[in-house]
Design a protein around this ligand. Structure first.
Ligand SMILES: *[C@@H]1O[C@H](CO)[C@@H](O)[C@H](O)[C@H]1NC(C)=O
Ligand SMILES: *[C@@H]1O[C@H](CO)[C@@H](O)[C@H](O)[C@H]1NC(C)=O
Ligand SMILES: *[C@@H]1O[C@H](CO)[C@@H](O)[C@H](O)[C@H]1NC(C)=O
Length: 479
């Protein structure tokens, strides 16, 4: 009896002790775990927010004067940006903003209005993009060169001197197995959504190159009868009936007078007499609509054709599969009621984001001579500031001088007539200097977002197409 009682007591003590031990050990474990969790969270927080202060970034702090040190310390943010580890993921979307008519020299001058330092940092938003490449302008070596070919070199990724001359014989030009395709078409074939927005007419040199069209005639007006009879088509026709144009989810710009022979000629949007005016009774806008109606019988697609700024403004674009906007008879600069770049880009992105399947958007802001360049830069700045911050997107801003001395067959205003090189070298030195200054300068390419580090150094202009093709091809295999 006694032994049993004793055993019971011992057992109770032991149980009590072990409970205590468990309690102590348990609380220790919890403390350790909480601490570990906290450290984990702190580290993540710091990595995510890139918390870094002046103390973290080393430099020869004790070797510089105090008056110098202020400025070195101020540079830490920029250093941190440069030291940021590489992100290996690829973007799902690429948007390219092309400014035609601004070069490095313009940008440097226009960044500082009136030398008014009291306004603080008025840098443009792309000045804060982390990466920058300089694209050589091969037009400088092949002076003079044809504007249409420069555009084809850019968007197809083949060097300027290898871009085929525009052919009179359409039979050969239309051999599909031989025709190079633009980066936009490549994206379409890979299953991405695509868009082209321009403040120029959609049949301009960028539209022509992106749309894989042949020849130099924007509409039928100046096209030789023999060319028409041999089956050649003008750019407007090819853009509406070609595979690239038909697959474009967004196509917004000017050019009504190339697409239709009967256009309203108003005070605020006059027919541009300097540009091609179609006169064969065509209505390619109607053709586009008919084409899409036919398609909608097979696939349930939502589409619209709009021609006024207020129509665009009230459009719930996120439900659309296809959007065509023809907003002026000629270029948008000719229409005082044309929509803003900001509105056009906003609506385009809504269309392109519909299925979140990835997109390539190319936006061209064309700056005709005589237009206030600073105002144009401001417009682009405002457009970019308003863009939805998108973690999956690579944003590129390309500035090109757009001085191309040789007009296409179809004479257009953007081609400034500068005489040929041999003549230039027979001129006095001062004149040569002046002309050299007018030569097309290199383009600047600012990059922000995933994979922006690949845009660096001095590259050929074909690099843009190659790089975009690489980036987007990887983005598809990831998903
Ligand atoms: C561009 O936009 C940024 C961001 O809103 C602003 O800080 C900057 O002043 C703008 N630049 C100009 C030149 O307007
Ligand atoms: C098109 O190009 C291919 C490849 O060079 C060639 O074999 C074919 O004969 C060409 N077709 C025509 C109609 O010229
Ligand atoms: C716009 O369209 C989307 C998709 O169809 C729909 O969810 C949304 O409610 C619409 N917004 C408005 C304001 O009608």
């Amino acid at each position: 009896m006694v032994t049993t009682q004793r055993t019971k007591e011992i057992c109770q003590i032991i149980r009590l002790k072990s409970t205590q031990v468990f309690l102590v050990a348990g609380s220790c474990l919890v403390t350790v775990m909480v601490t570990l969790l906290c450290i984990g969270f702190m580290t993540r927080y710091e990595v995510e927010n890139e918390v870094a202060n002046v103390a973290d970034v080393d430099y020869w702090k004790d070797k510089v004067a105090t008056s110098q040190k202020i400025w070195y310390d101020k540079g830490i943010d920029e250093l941190n940006e440069a030291l940021r580890p590489t992100d290996f993921t690829y973007p799902k979307n690429v948007r390219i903003f092309v400014l035609q008519g601004i070069d490095g020299r313009d940008l440097a001058g226009l960044r500082f209005p009136n030398r008014d330092t009291s306004r603080g940092n008025t840098n443009f938003i792309w000045d804060r993009f982390p990466h920058l490449a300089r694209l050589e302008n091969s037009c400088s070596q092949q002076f003079p060169c044809e504007v249409a070919r420069v555009s084809r070199a850019f968007w197809s990724g083949i060097p300027l001197d290898k871009v085929p001359e525009s052919q009179e014989d359409c039979g050969r030009a239309f051999n599909a197995t031989q025709t190079s395709i633009s980066i936009l078409r490549q994206a379409q074939l890979a299953g991405l959504r695509t868009g082209f927005v321009t403040t120029q007419r959609i049949t301009g040199f960028t539209g022509a190159a992106l749309g894989n069209t042949n020849g130099n005639f924007e509409c039928n007006e100046r096209m030789p009868r023999s060319a028409i009879e041999s089956g050649c088509q003008d750019i407007a026709h090819q853009l509406i009936s070609g595979e690239t144009g038909k697959s474009l989810n967004v196509l917004i710009g000017g050019g009504r007078q190339m697409l239709s022979s009967l256009v309203p000629n108003t005070k605020y949007d006059p027919v541009d007499e300097l540009l091609c005016e179609s006169n064969d009774g065509r209505n390619l806008l109607k053709d586009w609509r008919t084409q899409k109606l036919r398609e909608s019988k097979v696939n349930p697609i939502i589409f619209d054709l709009i021609q006024r700024s207020d129509e665009l403004d009230s459009l719930n674009a996120s439900s659309f599969d296809y959007l065509m906007g023809v907003m002026a008879n000629g270029d948008l600069s000719g229409n005082s009621k044309a929509p803003s770049l900001k509105l056009m880009v906003e609506k385009s992105l809504q269309v392109l984001n519909k299925y979140k399947q990835g997109y390539l958007l190319i936006v061209e802001q064309f700056i005709p001579s005589g237009v206030d360049k600073r105002e144009q830069l401001q417009l682009l700045n405002d457009t970019l500031v308003n863009l939805h911050k998108d973690q999956e997107t690579l944003t590129l801003v390309l500035m090109t001088s757009a001085i191309y001395p040789k007009a296409s067959l179809d004479v257009s205003e953007e081609t400034e007539t500068i005489s040929l090189l041999p003549e230039i070298f027979n001129e006095p030195e001062s004149e040569i200097q002046k002309r050299m200054y007018q030569m097309p300068s290199e383009s600047l390419l600012f990059a922000q977002g995933l994979k922006s580090p690949i845009f660096h150094g001095v590259r050929k202009e074909t690099f843009l197409a190659h790089a975009v093709s690489h980036v987007l091809s990887r983005s598809r295999t990831q998903t």
